[in-house]
Design a protein around this ligand. Structure first.
Ligand code: GTP
Ligand code: MG
Ligand code: ZN
Length: 341
């Protein structure tokens, strides 16, 4: 009986919190509209979203006397989901600012969050740098999922193995063929170490004059890489857990940094998994270049590539033309999509 009572009270609490939240949002929107109408805001100017914090964003002024400075801003309602890298029109107020319009994106990386909603990770990017490391353990399936997302977004992926200083005779046997496999598929691959600084010049040369987002598991060294490439950015980094040798989700929000001579780097929070339920099977197949080249070559038009005779995928698997890791990764992704539907 006690249980029921508590849950009823909980329901009441949740309801109350939601009502209060809606009331606050309404009040905030009214305030923004009042400011807009009252003419207390400065002129419209262009800005760049550096970081996103719940209902607010940090906007960098791209013009005017205070060009280059940051301003915490509210957002006008109905602007859609703004994200790091977005270009916006905003107006300054006495103590903050209001984003009044969002400009079109030329690219965006999307990812489902833990609540089943599709969210942008970053906008207007040229390279998705998929960071893996000698530790935590690099899961090939996660790499493949990022490659599917990169392909769907039309953004070039780059595969970067960090912590190369930790390579030894053991882990080298797994990681070098892994990188080689992606290199042979035509992806750019790099190795680096923020500890020994090996590979950083090459990485910097690639990223200069482009906008790149570092993505990957927690603890692979995304923030450390930004700190090494851009001394002075002073981002917090966190040691791996002693027990699990996994990252501790140190970075909690994406943030954009400028190269002094052109180009930007976006550091993003580490992830546990990358769901792809929002993709079509077609899009998943597009993300596997070597498999999508076999499209239409199976005996049956509706081949599921599972056990059908005359299946081009299974034949290629048998002859060694495609890797079994990649093929299983493809199947795993399709099955996980079916499960979540
Ligand atoms: N040995 C070695 N350790 C590194 C290297 N780069 C980063 N690390 C360490 O790896 C740990 C995690 O680094 P972070 O930069 O916080 O990793 P992250 O990817 O930003 O993690 P999240 O913010 O949680 O997603 C820290 O203890 C770093 O010192 C490297 O090249 N070699
Ligand atoms: Mg980080
Ligand atoms: Zn087939």
């Amino acid at each position: 009986m006690g249980k029921r009572k508590v849950s009823r009270r909980q329901a009441w609490r949740i309801n109350k919190i939601q009502e209060e939240r809606a009331a606050r949002a309404e009040k905030r929107d009214a305030l923004i509209e009042e400011q807009l109408e009252g003419g207390v805001l400065g002129p419209e100017q262009q800005g760049l979203i550096i970081s996103h914090f719940g209902r607010q964003v940090d906007v960098e002024a791209l013009e005017g006397e205070q060009r280059g400075s940051l301003q915490r801003c509210h957002m006008r309602t109905h602007l859609g989901q703004l994200v790091t890298g977005d270009r916006v029109v905003w107006r300054r107020s006495a103590d903050s600012g209001v984003v009044v319009a969002a400009l079109d994106r030329h690219s965006e990386l999307l990812r489902p969050n833990n609540h089943g909603e599709l969210k942008p990770v970053a906008a207007n990017i040229d390279y998705i740098v998929i960071v893996i490391a000698v530790e935590p353990y690099a899961h090939a399936n996660l790499i493949d999922r990022y490659l599917v997302a990169a392909e769907a977004s039309g953004i070039e992926p780059v595969l970067l193995l960090n912590k190369a200083d930790l390579l030894d005779d053991n882990n080298r046997q797994r990681l070098e063929p892994l990188l080689e496999q992606y290199r042979q598929l035509g992806y750019r691959t790099l190795q680096a170490s923020t500890a020994s600084r090996d590979g950083l010049d090459e990485l910097k040369a690639l990223l200069t004059d482009h906008v790149s987002v570092f993505v990957g598991q927690s603890g692979v060294g995304k923030s450390s890489l930004v700190n090494s490439l851009l001394p002075g950015s002073d981002i917090k980094t966190g040691a791996l857990s002693e027990q699990s040798r996994k990252g501790r989700h140190t970075t909690t929000t994406a943030r954009l940094f400028h190269f002094p001579d052109g180009g930007d780097l976006i550091d993003s929070p580490g992830i546990r998994e990358f769901a792809l339920w929002h993709m079509t099977e077609e899009q998943v197949l597009n993300g596997f270049r070597e498999l999508s080249a076999l499209r239409g070559h199976c005996r049956f038009r509706d081949c599921r590539h599972e056990q059908e005779p005359g299946c081009a995928f299974l034949n290629a698997l048998e002859s060694g033309a495609i890797s079994s890791q990649r093929f299983h990764s493809y199947q795993q992704i399709l099955h996980s999509m079916q499960d979540s539907r």
